[in-house]
Design a protein around this ligand. Structure first.
Ligand SMILES: [Zn+2]
Length: 309
């Protein structure tokens, strides 16, 4: 048995998952969820991560490693957070992995939550069997992760896959990252809700499905911008599957349809009918599952070995 624990930390909840990856097909063994303890800022969050990891290691025999998925800007190689807007605390320069590794006496690795989503959906979910996959997380922000030739592509300092921060409209609205006109400014939950005239994106989905023309237009517009962004990725790196996750993905065909139309319109360097654009299958557990997979030394679907150090 090769068991790995993944911890997925959000501003509201902390989710965990234990994944077994002895065989070629990884398997989900157990999951759990509890409210994130943000009362003491970053200190109480890290303390809670150690406590949860210890509890799981105590309950389940043979867990070998821990992965931690977090939203925001991280230095994954150093196990250090840089900027996390959605979890209370001062996260600049917080060492997360060392204390957890000491607490459970097992290796611990850090990964951006959208990269973890992509890894999970490719290993156990809607991306199974894809050669190269783009994962997109749609929520408060717009994140992403790239699987290239069967492997998660981390790029320089783990920053590859920031799908939401590509410029989609020159001189468009300001983005939280410092740029203007990022895809995120048009496709994040708050932007779609505002364009729909609804208090939140759940209301926007309900209104669009009930036939409200303003809400339907808001999803067509967001889907069009997403489709342009996906088309750019497709022509650049050649993905054969696109998997949408996060709360806004509950809109389903309201977004998938316009994305597919935009792909048909803009991509002429490859056969777009072979590119599948689908919603994720792992729901709220994707981040924790991906963090667990990331912590495992086994790299499945790998066409070539890890490069020598
Ligand atoms: Zn941005």
């Amino acid at each position: 048995m090769s068991l790995h624990l993944g911890l997925d930390v959000g501003g509201t909840n902390l989710k965990w998952a234990v994944v077994e990856r002895e065989s070629l097909e990884p398997r989900l063994v157990k999951t759990g969820l509890l409210p994130t303890d943000t009362r003491g800022g970053e200190e109480s969050v890290v303390r809670q991560l150690i406590e949860v990891a210890r509890a799981v290691f105590g309950d389940i025999d043979g867990v070998e490693s821990v992965g931690v998925g977090m939203p925001g800007v991280l230095d994954p190689a150093a196990g250090v957070t840089r900027f996390i807007p959605n979890i209370p605390g001062n996260w600049d320069g917080v060492q997360v992995t060392d204390a957890i590794a000491r607490g459970v006496e097992a290796p611990c690795h850090l990964i951006n939550d959208a990269r973890a989503f992509a890894l999970a959906e490719h290993g156990l979910g809607a991306g199974r069997g894809a050669t190269s996959m783009l994962g997109i997380t749609l929520g408060t922000g717009v994140g992403g992760g790239l699987i290239l030739d069967g492997r998660l592509h981390l790029g320089y300092q783990g920053t590859a896959g920031e799908f939401g921060h590509q410029t989609i409209v020159p001189d468009g609205p300001p983005c939280g990252c410092g740029n203007r006109g990022c895809l995120e400014t048009f496709a994040r939950a708050g932007a779609i809700a505002a364009a729909s005239g609804q208090p939140d994106v759940e209301g926007a989905v309900a209104a669009a499905r009930a036939g409200d023309p303003r809400a339907q237009q808001a999803f067509r517009d967001a889907g069009r911008y997403l489709g342009i962004g996906v088309s750019n990725v497709v022509v650049l790196v050649g993905v054969d599957r696109v998997v949408l996750g996060g709360g806004v993905a509950a809109a389903g065909e309201l977004l998938l349809g316009p994305i597919r139309e935009e792909l048909q319109r803009r991509v002429h360097v490859t056969d777009v009918t072979r590119i599948e654009v689908v919603c994720g299958e792992l729901g709220i557990w994707a981040g924790a599952i991906g963090a667990a997979l990331h912590s495992s030394p086994v790299r499945l679907h790998a066409p070539h070995p890890d490069p020598l150090p």
